[in-house]
Design a protein around this ligand. Structure first.
Ligand code: A3P
Length: 307
């Protein structure tokens, strides 16, 4: 089904069989389960907290860079931004993969307010203190076939998974068995929250951010409680953040060209690829896209949300 040549099974060193667990209604790597439980049991949200939520490959890295730049714009001029020397994932930690990793009990005493966190967890799996406080959630999602293709590239950038066939990745998504999936449940959880309480959850689409980054940054800043003043707008502060956080700029920073993250076992460059809307046409056949779209549309029907 993919347009490119895919190695046959006998060429594969070994088939990739992810060690996934179905936990609290979603799929995740088994090693994350204790981290998630620990986060759920111990994390105490503060009203000023901002939580960035997303499924992997929907624009998380971009969202982290934007939110960090918006919140810290009075502390650091962009010319001196920590993003110039640290990957966004090292500046905005995940609850389940960084902060509560391996039995850690993070000490937040020195973290300045507002605290900025990230998660790939479904809404229902968030710590209750996030739901019950005034902490705000910014969620981003993306056209599902582009997410599949982006995930496949991300996964196969690791040598041990370099030969993972895109067909297998695709089928995993069709079954809803991908990391933090099913995709549709993840989206629906945050969508419902954003419609029920728009002051609590801001729902963003990757494609709309690409189409109008300045408008979406302004929107995000207002939602997060850090709106741009008229003067800042006139001086071009929003445009500067849009430009600084653009894929081309972040991707070409030395820190994001090579080397590993400090907080996770990943190469910094693996989070930056093409960043295009509609790249799926180069990797998935029209019939595969139609099949997946039908599954997703069926699951979302009646929710009022469409991609
Ligand atoms: P592609 O693989 O389609 O290029 P995540 O950050 O959730 O892991 O998502 C990664 C996807 O977002 C990748 O998409 C990546 O190229 C894209 N991306 C990363 N940084 C970006 C940015 N600053 N602006 C737009 N897209 C970005």
């Amino acid at each position: 089904m993919a347009d490119q040549s895919i190695p046959s099974d006998d060429q594969l060193p070994q088939k990739y069989t992810p060690n996934f667990t179905y936990f609290q209604g979603f799929w995740c790597r088994s090693e994350l389960v204790p981290n998630i439980t620990s986060f759920q049991n111990h994390f105490q949200a503060l009203d000023a907290d901002i939580v960035l939520a997303s499924k992997p490959k929907t624009g998380t890295t971009w969202l982290k860079a934007l939110a960090f730049s918006i919140l810290n714009r009075h502390r650091f001029p962009l010319s001196n931004s920590p993003l110039a020397s640290s990957n966004p994932h090292d500046l905005v930690p995940y609850f389940e993969m960084t902060l509560y990793n391996n039995g850690c009990h993070p000490d937040f005493a020195d973290v300045s307010s507002p605290r900025l966190f990230a998660t790939h967890l479904s809404y229902h799996a968030l710590a209750e203190s996030i739901k019950n406080s005034k902490a705000r959630i910014v969620y981003v999602t993306r056209n599902p076939p582009d997410v599949i293709v982006s995930m496949w590239h991300f996964a196969t950038s690791r040598p041990e998974r370099a030969h993972w066939p895109i067909d297998e990745c695709f089928e995993q998504f069709c079954r809803g068995e991908e990391g933090f999936g099913p995709f549709w449940d993840h989206v629906l959880g945050y969508w419902k929250q954003s419609t029920a309480n728009p002051n609590k959850t801001l729902f963003l689409k990757y494609e709309e951010m690409k189409g109008n980054p300045v408008g979406q940054i302004k929107n995000m800043a207002e939602f997060m409680g850090w709106p741009f003043s008229e003067e800042e707008e006139k001086e071009g502060a929003i445009d500067e953040i849009a430009e600084f956080c653009s894929l081309s700029n972040l991707k070409n920073l030395e820190v994001n060209k090579s080397g590993s993250l400090k907080t996770m076992k990943r190469q910094t460059n693996s989070f930056f690829r093409k960043g295009e809307a509609g790249d799926y046409v180069n990797f998935l056949s029209p019939s595969a896209v139609e099949r997946y779209s039908k599954i997703v549309d069926g699951k979302l029907s009646g929710s009022g949300f469409t991609f």
